[in-house]
Design a protein around this ligand. Structure first.
Ligand code: NAP
Length: 249
């Protein structure tokens, strides 16, 4: 049987942070990625790529790989893998920690419009704006492909065959972190009149929110999926404390 291991579900800056903190000699750990994009860097541990095949298959993987604890550090909006992980850990009776940043809070000067989902965000944008910066990820792009109501500028990490052509818009390819001055330039140069965003809470993607505030642009903010009832922490330091506790048991 494989040595006991920690499984970290990744794909975020925070996940890389806990992976770096958790790695060490004599400590087996596995870092898991969905594999949608080429990672910028990989942690110093076993890395596996691709879906598990659903909650039951993930529970089988946990048992087979002798996983004894799981940290779900996926993006706040990656609701599918988080639900599967919750179910799989419960089925395999393995402790689970959810690590995610708290959502950003609106500051004075912010013009946020809260919406429930992507479709509502798109409709709201069409109502109030003409040139819209869309930062909701590549999987959302099909919903904008044929929509002629606004000019959509979508930012994704890299080109790919999965990205539909936008009938009325275009792509910028870039990977965070994004700072305020770069975001101001982008919004200004493209004459953007509204931003669509998820509330990831990440410092790496906050630049667009600060830039929109500075330019007095509305940000159409898509609500976070509801959290589960597993133990939740918001910082790498708190995740390390949880790990230390788990290792001392
Ligand atoms: P999702 O809808 O919850 O995931 C869809 C499926 O992809 C999951 O059911 C699982 O497939 C597989 N998967 C997702 N994350 C995985 C991981 N870390 N390791 C192995 N399999 C994984 O998630 P998503 O929104 O597509 O996000 C995919 C990945 O991108 C996540 O890891 C997330 O952290 C990262 N990410 C997402 C966003 C976002 O806005 N959603 C932004 C930045 C980064 P099976 O059911 O086959 O196991």
């Amino acid at each position: 049987m494989a040595d006991p291991a920690l499984l970290i579900l990744g794909g975020t800056t925070l996940a890389m942070g806990i992976a770096r903190a958790a790695a060490g000699p004599g400590r087996r750990a596995v870092y898991s990625l969905a594999g949608r994009t080429e990672p910028k860097s990989a942690p110093d541990m076993e890395v596996r790529t691709g879906g598990f095949g659903g909650a039951e298959a993930l529970a089988d993987y946990l048992r087979r790989e002798n996983i004894t604890a799981v940290i779900d550090a996926t993006h706040a909006y990656a609701a599918g893998i988080s639900a599967n992980t919750r179910a799989a850990c419960a089925a395999a009776n393995i402790p689970l920690l959810r690590l995610q940043e708290p959502p950003w809070q609106a500051q004075p000067g912010d013009r946020w419009i809260d919406v429930m989902d992507l479709a509502e965000a798109r409709d709201k944008a069409a109502e109030i704006a003409s040139r819209v910066f869309v930062t909701t990820g590549r999987q959302a792009m099909a919903q904008f492909a044929g929509d002629l109501r606004c000019w959509w500028l979508a930012r994704v990490i890299a080109p790919g065959a999965d990205l539909p052509e936008l009938s009325h818009g275009g792509y910028v390819y870039d990977r965070g972190p994004f700072d305020l001055s770069g975001e101001l330039t982008l919004l200004y140069d493209h004459k953007i009149t509204a931003v669509i965003s998820k509330n990831s809470g990440s410092a790496a993607t906050y630049g667009k929110i600060a830039a929109a505030r500075e330019l007095a642009l509305p940000v159409i903010m898509i609500a976070r999926p509801v959290s589960g009832d597993e133990v939740q922490v918001e910082t790498v330091a708190d995740a390390v404390s949880w790990l230390d506790q788990w290792r001392s048991i």
